[in-house]
Write a protein that binds this ligand. Structure first.
Ligand code: ADP
Ligand code: ADP
Length: 225
């Protein structure tokens, strides 16, 4: 069964069709890059999968279950955005543990999971720090940890490192790939950078003007001359 399936997913804003009958199947543990120019509908696809935007038509299935009518908090998805929006008044551990507290895990379990995920993103020992005092790259690691700790079935990343310098962006991209392989988690990584998509993805889905124009493995999409 597919981890995620989109069936004719469509979103209209007035006269604009932002996403036009997009159909796609993603296997468990696969990392797909959604690649396309600005305005091609990538974010809208991602936000519909996460439940932050409603679909005008079509369906979203995760492990065969229809997610389309469910609010974000009832979907097994996590989302990481370009701007991380960490809570500045909480510690790093407080930020990461917040969702687990809502799920009523006890303090010891939360501490264990928070420590585990901090180590996974390379921030062991940073739990007591204030997010405001971290670098941009470290803040994005915290945002990633905050999503991963909830063990989503599908993790959605919307240009997560776009505001960082190129060197750091490449470094974090490789780390995400490594974490993704280690956990075997299904991911969709939105980018407008062809190099980034080529470097990270099992398959690349190319969007243009709301439509899914092409999908395939990196070497199928970009053949060497
Ligand atoms: P991308 O992520 O590829 O840059 P978007 O999904 O953000 O593309 O946008 C796709 C199209 O939908 C664009 O034409 C954009 O202007 C339009 N759009 C996105 N969100 C809204 C909205 N809330 N209201 C009106 N139009 C929107
Ligand atoms: P409080 O619960 O006192 O508001 P925080 O907001 O700092 O504390 O922490 C939120 C959760 O994260 C708590 O449930 C706690 O178990 C866990 N936690 C706190 N500090 C750490 C740390 N340094 N490492 C790992 N987990 C921590």
């Amino acid at each position: 069964m597919s981890a995620l399936e989109l069936q004719n997913l469509t979103r209209r804003f007035g006269p604009t069709t932002a996403v036009d009958e997009v159909s796609l199947k993603i296997a468990p543990g696969e990392l797909i890059s959604l690649l396309g120019p600005s305005g091609s509908g990538k974010s809208t696809v991602l936000r519909m999968i996460g439940g932050f935007e409603t679909a005008s038509a079509g369906r979203i299935l995760i492990e065969g279950r229809d997610m389309t009518p469910l609010p974000p908090e009832r979907r097994p998805t996590g989302m990481v955005f370009q701007s991380h929006a960490l809570w500045p008044h909480m510690t790093v551990a407080g930020n990461i543990g917040f969702g687990l507290r809502l799920r009523r895990l006890n303090r010891d379990e939360i501490r264990r999971k928070v420590d585990e995920v901090l180590a996974l993103v390379g921030l062991a020992g940073f739990g007591e720090r204030s997010p405001a005092k971290l670098s941009g790259g470290q803040q994005q690691r915290v945002a990633l940890a905050r999503s991963l700790v909830l063990e989503p079935k599908v993790l959605l990343l919307d240009e997560p490192f776009a505001s960082l310098d190129q060197h750091l962006r490449e470094h974090l991209r490789d780390e995400v790939r490594e974490i993704q392989r280690r956990l075997g988690i299904t991911m969709i990584f939105v980018t407008h950078g062809q190099d980034e998509a080529l470097a990270i993805a099992d398959r690349i889905a190319v969007m243009r003007a709301g439509r899914l124009e092409q999908i395939g493995r990196p070497e199928q999409i970009y053949r060497r001359p």
